[in-house]
Design a protein around this ligand. Structure first.
Ligand code: TNX
Length: 770
């Protein structure tokens, strides 16, 4: 039979147009793809043809058949491969013999009269089926029968294989325990996205979640905490706790079941046992592992980094090795993650034993001791035929000989490790942390901080340009991390993970060349329907409207609205009313002449509500006498950009002064009538953010002689939730060109504060002149 695709089409000729074609909403998008004409229709007479003795083919055929049966209620006959059956109007599995697919790749060819699936491995067949399902109508993912489902598969020719061998998703079950059923759902969703490594963060300060037979207290004591911090770390002063215990762990039986479940989906589970830091739950269970056997260690009830860590004594190594032995019996993965991050050295500095050990081993310092700790654990793990992975802190004090590094504090750790010829997994916080906000913090549920919209994650390139071609090969792939301090339920995890993990799929699988966000967001829209069938509580940020202010001149502001979803239309109001399709359709940037709230909606369900301030200082230049703290207002524009900082959750708009006073002069350009000057300060006492003690606002015509000054103390309650404290000065018809604001730093934290005596900072935003 003549193929209607030439291999030339594989060279990318078809890539520019695939986005337009609603039929090929594949995620991740295949490495080589060509669309064709017509389609194959699955009918009850269609047969699944495979080599009956090939269990890899059989498993894939059964998987496909299950979906067809569930959603479409068709049962396809499974028949052995013969020259006749392979030529019929069937779905035919056969072994790929040209060695073009690699260990995870496959060939999928859809013709109007036949479908062929080829692979070299079980994983390859499995991924072929995943792609096959995405060629079918999205209803194929329904778990209930869908009436009259047309099983049409559009013609295409796919030769697919992943860009990276490591395509990871992580989940922290220590901060919040997640039930077994949810872990399985998580693995199902990973498989759908061809993600092949699940990094299971099983132990941390706030809970030990894996049963260890030899040390029952690890779960008996270590898996329970008496209560949990309410809200954000610095939200309340003093901190508030919920008074409710939180517990949970996985039995070894459950773990074996989950490992098997993952294997059936070609997912490797890498367990993480944190050491030497993030060990408080283990210390609560076995205090002799910490420096002070008599100390009453308690499982962590709040977040952050604790000074109580494992002390590298012989009994500690004994326990850790026993634990790792049981872990390695449960998890067949080549890699075992041993943590290694955020280990404060105070406990070791204060321990006579550690200080003697440093001398005895001829180590330089505590970092040398950390390196000794990791190397010793590595040796043990290597003896069992496995390798360790550690967070990039394991570079400090010298890397263990065979360790793989997870670069999380940026990309530098990854670059260094690759240069030292060590394998690397890229997981930099700025691009790969799914605990960061994915939309405007004002309208998002509480997250740890940061800002990682879908588009930013999608644009991440895991191979640093700094590396030479030779060094690049050490970058095994990328992983997104899901720390659950602020995700207490599976629903919240789903919300934070999806759809960003969908972008991760393209990022780690699809070659660099054909990836672009517009095309991705187009495919994503169909994909979200699949996620609807799978009952995933994904975030709807794809449909959001965003606003960007542009300056146009005196007393005028231009606002540009935008959306990720290229197909939808925006409508808006400026009179406070709720927008609908009967409101003003957005076509060009909106020009505002006075302070206005814009409310917008899109036809795909997105919303926006934002207030824009027009005032006499907007867009005007200002100069500081003392510069604000590094990075907070580099181009001197935040104080007059027309956007007023709205929440302590996000610090983007705020200009911060660490332990210094503020003295800033805004130049209005010409003498103007001034009746009111106002600004806002942040109050976050637990983070050492104290509003200034006093503020003085003064006016001048020439920039030298300031008068009309209004001086006021700033009064607020130290206790209570974080908030915004306004400072306002009213003037009875003054004329001025220059507005000066001075504010006095509050000094050090008061004696009642947990950081008593430590230096404080303050932050302000927008100098509003009316
Ligand atoms: C840093 S990433 C941590 C985790 C936290 C996370 C919050 C890493 C190796 N350590 O313990 O949960 O930040 O984003």
């Amino acid at each position: 039979m003549k193929l209607f695709f030439s291999s030339l089409l594989f060279l990318g000729l078809f890539f520019p147009s695939f986005a337009q074609d609603a039929e090929y909403n594949l995620i991740p998008f295949p490495a080589k793809f060509a669309g064709g004409e017509g389609s194959f229709t699955i009918e009850s007479s269609t047969q699944l043809v495979y080599n009956i003795r090939d269990i890899k083919q059989k498993a894939a055929a059964v998987l496909l058949s299950d979906y067809l049966e569930t959603a479409a209620s068709v049962t396809l006959k499974q028949v052995p491969w013969t020259t006749t059956s392979a030529k019929g109007k069937n779905i035919v599995f056969q072994t790929h013999t040209q060695k073009k697919c690699g260990p995870e790749g496959y060939v999928l060819r859809v013709f109007p009269d036949r479908i062929m699936i080829e692979a070299e491995s079980a994983a390859g067949y499995f991924y072929a089926v995943q792609t096959f399902l995405q060629l079918l109508p999205t209803e194929i993912f329904s778990t209930k029968e869908v009436a009259d489902l047309k099983l049409q598969v559009p013609s295409c020719d796919i030769l697919d294989q992943p860009r990276f061998s490591y395509r990871g998703l992580h989940l922290d079950v220590s901060r919040h325990f997640m039930p077994v059923a949810f872990i399985k759902k998580y693995l199902d969703l990973m498989a759908l996205h061809k993600l092949n490594t699940f990094h299971w963060h099983l132990t941390d300060d706030q809970g030990w979640r894996i049963e260890i037979k030899k040390y029952p207290n690890l779960t008996k004591i270590g898996s329970k905490r008496k209560e949990t911090l309410i809200g954000h770390y610095f939200e309340n002063y003093p901190m508030q706790f919920d008074g409710q215990s939180h517990e949970g762990f996985y039995t070894q039986v459950e773990i074996r079941e989950i490992v098997k479940y993952a294997q059936a989906r070609y997912i490797t589970i890498i367990p993480e046992i944190e050491l030497p830091g993030h060990a408080l739950a283990a210390l609560a269970a076995y205090p002799h592992l910490g420096g002070e056997p008599d100390k009453k260690y308690e499982v962590g009830t709040k977040w952050g980094v604790f000074e109580d860590v494992f002390i590298p004594t012989e009994p500690t190594f004994k326990v850790l090795q026993d634990v790792l032995t049981e872990v390695m019996l449960l998890f067949p993965s080549k890699y075992i993650h041993i943590g290694g991050d955020e280990c404060p050295k105070e406990a070791w500095k204060n321990s006579e034993y550690c200080q003697n050990l440093i001398k005895r081993l001829n180590l330089k310092d505590e970092e040398g001791l950390q390196s000794y700790f990791i190397k010793r654990i590595e040796k043990f793990v290597n003896l069992k035929g496995r390798n360790i992975i550690g967070w990039d802190e394991i570079l400090e004090g010298g890397l263990a000989p065979k360790a793989t590094v997870m670069s999380w504090r940026g990309i530098q750790g990854g670059i260094e490790a690759a240069r030292q010829k060590h394998n690397v997994i890229m997981t930099p916080g700025e691009f790969m942390y799914l605990d960061h906000y994915q939309g405007d913090p004002n309208s998002e549920p509480l997250a740890i901080g940061g800002y990682l919209p879908l588009e930013k994650l999608y644009g991440y390139e895991p191979v640093p340009t700094e590396l030479s071609a030779d060094e690049e090969k050490y970058i095994l792939g990328a992983q997104a991390n899901v720390w659950t301090e602020y995700m207490s339920t599976p629903e919240k995890v789903e919300y934070m993970v999806f759809p960003r993990a969908v972008a991760l799929a393209d990022l780690t699988w699809t070659p660099k060349g054909p990836r672009n966000f517009e095309d991705f967001s187009y495919r994503l829209k169909s994909h979200l329907k699949r996620l609807d069938y799978l009952e995933v509580n994904y975030a709807k940020r794809l449909f959001d409207v965003t606003a960007e202010t542009q300056f146009t001149g005196e007393d005028e502001l231009r606002v540009r609205l935008d959306k990720m979803d290229s197909e939808s239309k925006i409508y808006y109001t400026i009179d406070g009313s709720v927008p609908s399709t009967a409101s003003i359709p957005y076509t060009v940037p909106i020009t505002l002449k006075k302070t206005t709230t814009i409310k917008a909606m899109t036809t795909s369900g997105g919303t926006l509500e934002q207030r824009f301030y027009i005032h006499k200082a907007k867009g005007k230049k200002y100069t500081y006498t003392t510069l604000p703290s590094e990075g907070s207002d580099g181009n001197a524009e935040k104080l007059t950009d027309g956007i007023v900082g709205r929440t302590p959750k996000s610090r983007k708009e705020w200009v911060r002064f660490n332990n210094t006073d503020l003295d800033v002069v805004v130049d209005l350009g010409e003498v103007k009538l001034v009746t009111k000057v106002s600004t806002n300060f942040l109050k976050i006492p637990l983070e050492k953010g104290f509003p200034p003690t006093s503020v003085e606002i003064a006016l001048s015509r020439d920039g030298k002689d300031f008068k009309e000054a209004v001086s006021q103390p700033i009064n607020y309650d130290l206790e209570g939730a974080w908030t915004i404290i306004p400072a306002v000065a009213g003037f009875r018809i003054a004329r001025a060109r220059y507005v000066r604001i001075r504010a006095k730093n509050a000094g050090v934290c008061p004696s009642s504060h947990p950081n008593a005596g430590a230096k404080t900072w303050f932050a302000l935003d927008e100098v509003v002149v009316e």
